[in-house]
Design a protein around this ligand. Sequence first.
Ligand SMILES: Cc1c2[nH]c(c1CCC(=O)O)Cc1[nH]c(c(CCC(=O)O)c1C)Cc1[nH]c(c(CCC(=O)O)c1C)Cc1[nH]c(c(C)c1CCC(=O)O)C2
Length: 449
Amino acid sequence: MKRIAILGGGTAGVAAAYFLAQSGAEHDVTLFEASPRLGGIVETVREGGFVIEGGPDGWVTEKPWALTLAQELGLGDEVIQSLDDTRKTYIYLDGRLEAMPNGMRMMVPGDLQAVEASALFSSEAKKAFLDEPARADALKAAAPDDDESVASFVARHFGPEVLTKIAAPLLSGVFGGDVNTLSVRAVMPAFVAMEREYGSLVTAVQAKAKGTQRPIFTTLRSGVGTLVEAMAAKIPLRWIRRNEPVKRLKRTGEGWLVDGRPFDDVLLATPVDVAAHLLEPTDHRAYELMQMEASSAVVVGFCFQENFDLPQGFGFLVPPGQGSLLMAATFMDQKFPGRIPSGGRLVRAFFGGASALRLMRCGNDEIASIARMELARILGPLPTPTITVVRRWPNSLPQYAVGHLGRMAELESRVQTIGNLWLLGNGYRGVGLPDLIRDARKAAQELSA
Ligand SMILES: Cc1c2[nH]c(c1CCC(=O)O)Cc1[nH]c(c(CCC(=O)O)c1C)Cc1[nH]c(c(CCC(=O)O)c1C)Cc1[nH]c(c(C)c1CCC(=O)O)C2
């Protein structure tokens, strides 16, 4: 019987424990969670008919692994999709919310007429979009053999305006990060492949848009929290140790000592900085490879009993330098069905970067009042919310900087050499919930083989 320690009870750690429990093999598992609660940054608050997400509100439909898990857990009837018929994403520019043109795939237009008609871009930026297909050969030739930043990739294709107006805010809304440091190969592999094949991204997106489009986001009727709760309910209770942060990890001849207790295998599913610190005595090079910036977020959910007008669509993003403390906001009741009781509104505000770090030190009431003020400056006066949920997520989103894939390949080979070790979580092979679930399943399969 293998003695397995899972360190960290967020989505990755809980999923690993769940898959081990399901494997049919006789494992002796201990899941160490530092806090009193499982789930990490996944947390659904259900109150007064509102479904309020403290962390992620869903996942990207394109990645199948969370949906498969939901179905295995018997949650098939709970699965719902985003309301894409009325999908719009706004960018806050020069004091106004300007809609992104329809048919955009991130910063690449699928519909050049929609770009032409948009008030978001100057005539120069429109010309850059229109001219890009003709530059296909040159773009292919200019593609570096190595990694590059998202900024340099986007600027090569579409110039500086598209970079600052669309790519920067969109990437902050997905990776919380800075386009000048983010690795294009790690965060936009699909676009890199398109460039290799077509040269022009516009041509590639148009060629690929011909198939039927599924809604962009998927979630569960009662919230993403249900996914973690349903997994946790199938983990033997004696496996779970809450309020037990692990302080020391030591490799022994055959296995590990976790705060002095012997185990055969270790799954490190803590935040990257914690995992790096725990591995430092075992492998200093692994520790170095795990040094990465992580961005922080403060999320505020506001529930309103009254209905009031909001722009149609999912929400808005704020590019750097637009004079708002907000990074983004989501109009939850327009993004997914069933988030509110009949009538009412549910709006989520996000702070990131330096604003998040500053706000993190304030009390909940102060954070909520700043969030309301910042929302009202952009959306106009808001009614008084009946429920407010504030969550702080320090260092929660690792930044995949230029060279990330190369560093991760080296880290993986260190992990193989160390042996009896798995690294799980959002610092390595993808930031979305589906990525975490895919990796946890794979680790459990390898352990049970
Ligand atoms: C600010 C922020 C958001 N979401 C996120 C942040 C970063 C800050 C942080 O959590 O630390 C994080 C995020 N957003 C997304 C992911 C998953 C990415 C993946 O699975 O690869 C992750 C990890 C999907 C997304 N999130 C977004 C896209 C782009 C959608 C598009 O092309 O329109 C994706 C794939 C855009 C986004 N993202 C957000 C808003 C308000 C919007 C626009 C409106 C809306 O949909 O709610 C909120």
